[in-house]
Design a protein around this ligand. Structure first.
Ligand code: DGY
Length: 329
């Protein structure tokens, strides 16, 4: 019997064709509707491999149901949607898609910073809505980016690549991370700061830290209160790192100038959400890594990892380093 691979979201035919020659492949037929939990559970029971997306909750129930399950390949660098401990206990390898998305996600993050600072979305809508009546001295005047201080929270590969972008804008660069990165500090001219210091000194606070028990809700009302009144907050990591109500209150109270958000506490965010009513919020639908080239590379990496595990080889990008394969059917 061929190994069974279940893919939780519709992917392009040409991507999965090579898989279909070797394995039995089944795919959820929708591109933009998540697979219901009960179907995912049934599929996990049969599957040797799951190719998942970040909105699928791959919890203990799914993982223990997967009696033959050997690998979960998640189409994201983040893996907070997967219970890693349960996966390791079940001998299931968890793989993600780092590296291939680093530059693309850094581009989007810096683009979001620029859009928020220079009010690009608001200005574009202003023109399209026919509101432009004359040139005026302070029309849609935003904040400068060049020579300002950017504070990057989370100095992983994406953080480092955003810092590299910031050097091109002659920015003063602070960062906060669990561990210091002396080599990166030297190469890119970054200064390490405590979280408190970074929050107080930065003109742009850019959140790129993964979601963990420690980082959940790290941006509270107290934290926003410490920021400069002219500060702009950018989040391109995971929504739950921020207390969204606190962010809303800080924006309304004028404690910060604006926010650029690619991620939200609950995704997709409801169109009626109060944050979306604010003109100083630029909101994107979690598209950090979404260029065609990068998304295709991410899909390919998931497939490479699935193929490796099924063939009994080392996967390219294993997340649960304590994983030990169990003998399964
Ligand atoms: C990831 O890969 O974790 C990103 O959030 C996707 O854009």
């Amino acid at each position: 019997m061929k190994p069974y691979v279940y893919i939780t979201r519709k992917l392009p035919e040409e991507i999965i064709k090579p898989l279909q020659q070797k394995y039995e492949v089944n795919m959820w037929e929708h591109e933009d509707i998540p697979v219901p939990k009960d179907i995912l559970l049934l599929e996990a029971k049969k599957a040797d491999a799951l190719l998942t997306v970040l909105s699928d909750s791959i919890d203990e129930r799914i993982l223990t149901a997967g009696k033959n399950l050997k690998v979960v390949a998640n189409l994201a660098v983040g893996f907070d949607n997967i219970d890693l401990k349960a996966a390791s206990r079940g001998g299931i390898a968890v793989c993600n898609t780092p590296d291939v998305l680093t530059d693309t996600t850094a581009d989007l993050t810096f683009g979001l910073l620029m859009a928020t600072a220079r009010r690009i979305v608001e200005a574009a809508e202003f023109v399209k809505e026919g509101k432009w009546e004359s040139w005026s001295p302070l029309l849609l005047a935003g904040q400068d980016i060049h020579h300002k201080t950017i504070g990057i929270v989370g100095m992983g590969n994406i953080g480092e690549t955003v810092a590299k972008r910031a050097t091109g804008f002659d920015m003063n660069i602070l960062y906060h991370n669990r561990s210091r990165k002396p080599e990166v500090e030297q190469r890119l001219g970054l200064a390490y700061a405590s979280f408190d210091e970074l929050v107080k000194k930065s003109d742009f606070i850019v959140c790129l830290t993964p979601l963990t028990a420690e980082t959940k809700n790290m941006f509270t009302r107290e934290v926003f209160k410490k920021m400069k009144k002219s500060a702009i907050f950018i989040n391109a990591s995971r929504g739950p790192v921020v207390d969204e109500q606190a962010l809303y209150e800080a924006l309304v109270a004028g404690e910060i100038v604006g926010a650029g958000l690619d991620v939200f506490e609950k995704e997709p965010i409801n169109a009626g959400h109060p944050l979306l009513k604010l003109t100083n919020v630029v909101a994107l639908p979690h598209i950090g890594s979404s260029s065609i080239e990068t998304r295709v590379a991410m899909m390919q990496l998931c497939i490479d990892n699935i193929e490796a595990i099924i063939a009994g080889k080392e996967p390219k990008t294993l997340v649960n380093k304590d994983w030990m394969p169990l003998v399964k059917a």
